[in-house]
Design a binder for this molecule. Structure first.
Ligand code: DGL
Length: 278
């Protein structure tokens, strides 16, 4: 007899509640931007842990500690879903986050929906670029091959990309040199598909595309993740359809010039940053 898993009960949640989104810094804004595009009537609360950035060179224990505190904060703010918009937190702390949430709200991460989608489409050689802490967990390789053993997955740590993005070096010779150096690595020589395994990296998408031309397909992770979020909200009658003036709140653990610049560029000047140390 097949084991039945109990459907979580979200009857205490309401469509008007905000979605909670977090990352170590500006990376999760690439997911928040997609939420605004696909679910335009949703309110959301974003938390960027700019004080502890980058997560990519922290220990799993440190990442678990930060992620748990942010999750508690988002639950206290009355969020109806939590989007872990950080690969490094997903790779190192998803279990702890889910334990803490204990089924009260859905938790959507940025790795599992992408790995599943890639595994079920036909990709023979897949490359993943990500932070050191994500690559050392081996999570992309394990998750993709769990669904499809015929796929060859190579993961490469590209630790200089997040600091370059957080320093605002986009369309800059420094980022071009970093991208050229990493993407020329022998591990990525035969890939047909590339996963940007860090939510910061879509902010360098144009430069990455320039490197490859049309040779390599780059997976649009934010759209897959938000597709999953939409599906879960719809299945639980939690999509906000009434709200004509969605509210976005941005909290950070340290106010940085670059966070202000990028969040304003994406979401407009009217959005103030609120300082909320962990
Ligand atoms: N944006 C994050 C990720 O997706 C983390 C980057 C970092 O803080 O190192 O992994």
């Amino acid at each position: 007899m097949a084991l039945k898993t109990k459907k979580p009960d979200y009857s205490h949640l309401d469509a008007s509640m905000p979605i909670g989104v977090f990352d170590s810094g500006v990376g999760g804004l690439t997911v928040a931007r997609e939420i605004r595009k696909v679910l335009p009537k949703e309110n959301f609360i974003y938390y960027g842990d700019t004080k502890h950035l980058p997560y990519g060179d922290k220990s799993p224990e440190a990442i678990q500690g930060y992620s748990s505190k942010i999750t508690e904060f988002l639950l206290d703010q009355g969020c109806k879903a939590i989007v872990v918009a950080c690969n490094t937190a997903t790779a190192n702390a998803l279990k702890e986050i889910k334990e803490l949430v204990a089924g009260r709200v859905p938790v959507i991460d940025v790795i599992n929906p992408v790995a599943e989608k890639v595994a079920f489409e036909i990709h023979t050689n897949v490359g993943v670029i990500a932070t050191k802490a994500t690559v050392s967990s081996g999570i992309y390789r394990k998750s993709i091959r769990h669904h499809n053993k015929f796929i060859h997955v190579d993961e490469l740590a590209t630790p200089l990309m997040v600091p370059a993005i957080e320093e605002g070096f986009r369309n800059h010779p420094i980022t071009s040199a970093i991208i050229y150096n990493y993407l020329s690595h022998s591990k990525l020589k035969n890939i047909e598909t590339l996963i940007l395994g860090c939510t910061h990296y879509p902010l360098l998408l144009e430069e990455i595309k320039q490197f490859y031309g049309n040779r390599v397909r780059i997976i649009d992770s934010p759209s897959i993740v938000v597709g999953q979020l939409k599906f879960i909200l719809e299945s639980n009658h939690l999509v906000n359809t009434q709200n004509l003036n969605p509210e976005y709140h941005f909290y950070v653990s340290d106010i940085t010039k670059n966070f202000e610049k990028i969040s304003k560029k994406i979401f407009g000047n009217a959005i103030p940053l609120e300082l909320r140390p962990l």
